[in-house]
Design a binder for this molecule. Sequence first.
Ligand SMILES: *Cc1c(COP(=O)(O)O)cnc(C)c1O
Length: 446
Amino acid sequence: MPTLAHERVDEVHDPATLEWARTTIERALSPRMIQHEVIAAVERNAIWRGEECVNLLAPEAPMSPTVRALLSSEVGQRAAEGHIGPNNRWFAGTRYIDEIEALCMELLKKVFRARYADHRLVASMIGNMAVYATLTRPGETIMSLSQPFGGHSSNRHDGPAGIRGLRIEDVPFDPVELEVDVEAFARKARAVRPTLVALGASMTLFPLPVRQMAEIVAEWGGRLYFDGAHQMGLIGGDQFQDPLREGACVMTGSAGKTFSGPQSGMIVWNDPKLTKPLTDAIFPALAATHQVNRVAALAAAAAEFLAFGHDYMAQIVANAQVLAKALNERGISMLGARKGFTRTHQAIADVRSFGGGLAAAQRLAEANIITNKNLIPGDEAADWNTPGGLRIGTTEVTRWGMKEREMEAIADLIHGVLVAKRDPADVRREAIALRRSFPRLQYCFD
Ligand SMILES: *Cc1c(COP(=O)(O)O)cnc(C)c1O
């Protein structure tokens, strides 16, 4: 019996889009035509986002053609649960899979200068869950950054930390200096004595005081872990701080953000005592078949990183600094102006005077400039849907080969949409032309 859209009050997704999908499926003359619809949507996206947009989403990065191709490799159909080695697997037939996975793991250790690494995290969220499973028990207290200061749900009530049943206290953050208020942190931490402090953020402009904070929590045997989801590439490329050497006991991160590999997770640590509990949390608790095609792509991306990571990441940061300054000069108020704007791939705009982050991001998207709305200091967590900020990232445009001059051009386009209120269709033509003039991916062997 067909179900009517208005009966689906339980759906969290946009009802109109789901209705479009149901209608498309029902109207198709055959399953084969339905498959064509799927492929057509993928193609529409590949042309628009892949060829015609100036993609400035901070968590995105384009993979090299080699890395991308490995995602559809034969090995993606193979099952390989368990640890590397002929006697460690549930399944036979893993001889070459062991080679792929061992290469990946050893490359991750090398890039991040760590004694241990794991390659089986299908997402960075899973890595954070492994950390909470290993280093905390339900009912204990942790401290993490709240969302308006860049904190991520994985370390808050609505993510893995909440699922673990932890009590969560905010790390005090100075909204003017945009850095942790270490004195306030010391007072609060000594009062609540957190088992674990999570540092690292999704909105990230400046390094964090890892060493000082790790020393404070060590007073009662507490530990600090660094969620480097966004900064992994910058850290591997030596363009940011080095959390493992500054006192973080574990570092997790996304492979698909600045690191520019396949979307998934990475985890590294140095303490041999953590190896068994962390690895037990990963397998068999949080990963079984872990997508060996993805592992192969990650290994290939790590090899690229050894060759190009340093220069690529340095240009990303240089571009973010130029773009932030150029936007600020054009009347768009940028965070961190007094401190050189940014030391990462991100530039954060306060767009409250342009109708807020949601409206700004939607207007820019009409002009093929892709950014995201973001909470900024001054917003409440409840402002989630209509925050005051806009987050801009330079990873992708840098990999297409854009440099300081193009950052000025991008600032002109953004100014055109937000400040000069130009017709988005006109700006779109210029955005497409800019994107088309950089057809070849850089910082790779292809
Ligand atoms: C993006 C992000 C994550 C989640 O990473 P995925 O790879 O998407 O699972 C976790 N923590 C922080 C701080 C992030 O920014």
